[in-house]
Write a protein that binds this ligand. Structure first.
Ligand code: GAR
Length: 206
């Protein structure tokens, strides 16, 4: 139970791929029990199938509200008994239904040094702003737009005259290493937290 995660993604899925490769290479000790995707036809769905990962694909347009589709997501997550929700390019704000169902157990990766450049197209925003330094942030998810507590960051210098494409490639290369490693750290911390809880319970009953 503790080592089961669900990945949420909306697009290409290169971070999903990096997570799966890390699992296969034993660099990440967990089972990806479910891929949740809010865009039917997204490339990540095919990737999940090649890895044999169960998918739950939905179209938000078919639901009256965010609460309705998130309630269905919660039902799917409970079926596969995941503990951690890992957002990897899920381009949608998480609502209260999911936040209440998984408090403190949702993490996200964002391609900027938050709090700079939250929201969509963070790489484009940083590029247009002409910053010399940008990077990648991994953070807990709260009800805000990329505002949760920061877990990990890695910076990189934007090279003189660098193209947006090159910057994107270098940022994604960082993401593909940093996310699996950080997920591993978070899972280990979760195990320790649980052990301490169990020991505390044992002590308090003797
Ligand atoms: C990643 O760069 C991720 O950091 C970003 O979307 C991309 C998804 O790429 N996420 C956000 O901007 C979230 N605000 P991928 O589908 O190839 O993993």
């Amino acid at each position: 139970m503790s080592r089961r995660i669900a990945v949420f993604a909306s697009g290409t899925g290169s971070n999903f791929d990096a997570i799966m490769k890390a699992v296969e290479a034993d660099r990440l000790d967990c089972e990806v029990a479910l891929l949740i995707c809010d865009r039917p036809g997204a490339k990540v769905i095919e990737k999940a199938r090649t890895y044999g990962v169960t998918t739950f694909v939905f179209d938000p347009k078919n639901y009256p509200s965010k609460a309705d589709f998130e309630q269905e997501i919660v039902t799917e997550l409970k079926k596969v008994e995941v503990e951690w929700l890992v957002l990897a390019g899920y381009m949608r704000l998480i609502g209260l239904t999911l936040l209440h169902a998984y408090p403190s157990n949702i993490i996200n990766i964002h391609p900027s040094l938050l709090p700079a450049f939250p929201g969509k197209d963070a790489i484009g925003q940083a590029f247009e702003a002409g910053v010399k330094v940008t990077g990648v942030t991994i953070h807990y998810v709260d009800e805000g737009m990329d505002t949760g507590k920061i877990i990990e960051q890695e910076a990189l210098y934007v090279e003189e005259g660098e193209s947006r494409d090159s910057l994107q490639q270098r940022i994604q290369a960082i993401e593909h290493k940093l996310y699996p490693a950080t997920i591993q750290t978070i899972l280990n911390l979760g195990d320790k937290r649980r052990e301490r809880g169990t020991k505390h319970e044992e002590k308090s009953t003797t």
